[in-house]
Design a protein around this ligand. Structure first.
Ligand code: 4FV
Length: 244
């Protein structure tokens, strides 16, 4: 639900999203809220009761648009993209991927009349603590993250499962050809063909990046036994450095 449906053309027309649409794995149908607005000017916004700056999205066009969509998609959760929502993350992306159908409401102006949020919205989602000019980009962010968990959308079956955050870890460093770039070598173990050693290196790379950049993620999950060994190794190294 948006007053700018054409914004989704480019989104649905490229890359993995385009392939998912063309393969019929997903169907994306932008609905123009203005098509449900009354009067010659089909207004979808009005001045806020109580005064103040900005405009508010009118309830009637939104209610009509949502009711019409729900007749076609009765099971679809109605999700409003708003800074007042709960923070979007990989877990929510995985949960949404289990839904057969979803309805996203993209706000504009100062937001929606609260009676729509109370009467028609099942879930309020925020993509971050900042204010955008519209909910269209947040809706695309959510859709993009969700479709990656739909079987068959990504090339390799398990690609989404070994994502960042899937195990509550940042992803390990990635390298590709050439082996030497600007005098920087690709780590030798990655050229070794020794899959066990490569897996160990990637686990250490992911863990160290998570410790250094997002230690908060570790509080949520704690360390696995192999990770504890890695941390103990680094503690010994650091102690040696510290006491030498
Ligand atoms: C937003 C966010 C967001 C607020 C007013 C649209 C804008 C305008 N949505 N996460 N951050 N929305 O800033 O989801 O109506």
């Amino acid at each position: 639900m948006t007053i700018f449906p054409e914004m989704f053309d480019a989104f649905a027309g490229h890359g993995i999203m385009r392939r998912a649409v063309e393969s019929g794995k997903i169907r994306l149908e932008p609905v123009n809220i203005r098509d449900f607005a009354e009067g010659r000017h089909r207004v979808t916004d009005d001045r806020p009761y109580g005064g103040g700056s900005g405009m508010v999205m009118k309830p009637e066009p939104l209610a009509a648009a949502i009711e019409t969509a729900k007749t076609e998609l009765p099971e679809a959760p109605v999700v409003l993209l708003t800074p007042q929502g709960r923070r979007f993350d990989q877990d929510t992306a995985r949960q949404y991927a289990a839904c057969k159908e979803m309805i996203f409401i993209c706000g504009r102006y100062e937001g929606l009349d609260e009676r729509i949020c109370e009467g028609y919205v099942d879930d309020e989602i925020s993509i971050g603590d900042y204010v955008l000019t519209g909910g269209e980009l947040p809706a695309m962010v959510v859709m993009d993250a969700v479709i990656r968990h739909i079987p068959g959308v990504l090339g390799a079956a398990d690609a989404a499962e070994c994502d960042s955050f899937s195990a509550g870890r940042l992803e390990h460093a990635h390298y590709t050809r050439p082996g030497v770039f600007e005098q920087k070598q690709v780590p030798g173990v990655l050229l070794s063909g020794n899959h066990r050693a490569i897996e160990d290196w990637r686990r250490e790379s992911a863990l160290l990046r998570t410790i250094l950049r997002r230690p908060d993620l570790l509080e949520q999950t704690g360390l696995t036994e192999p990770e504890k060994k890695i941390v103990q190794k680094w503690c010994r190294r650091l102690e040696t450095l510290a006491w030498d």
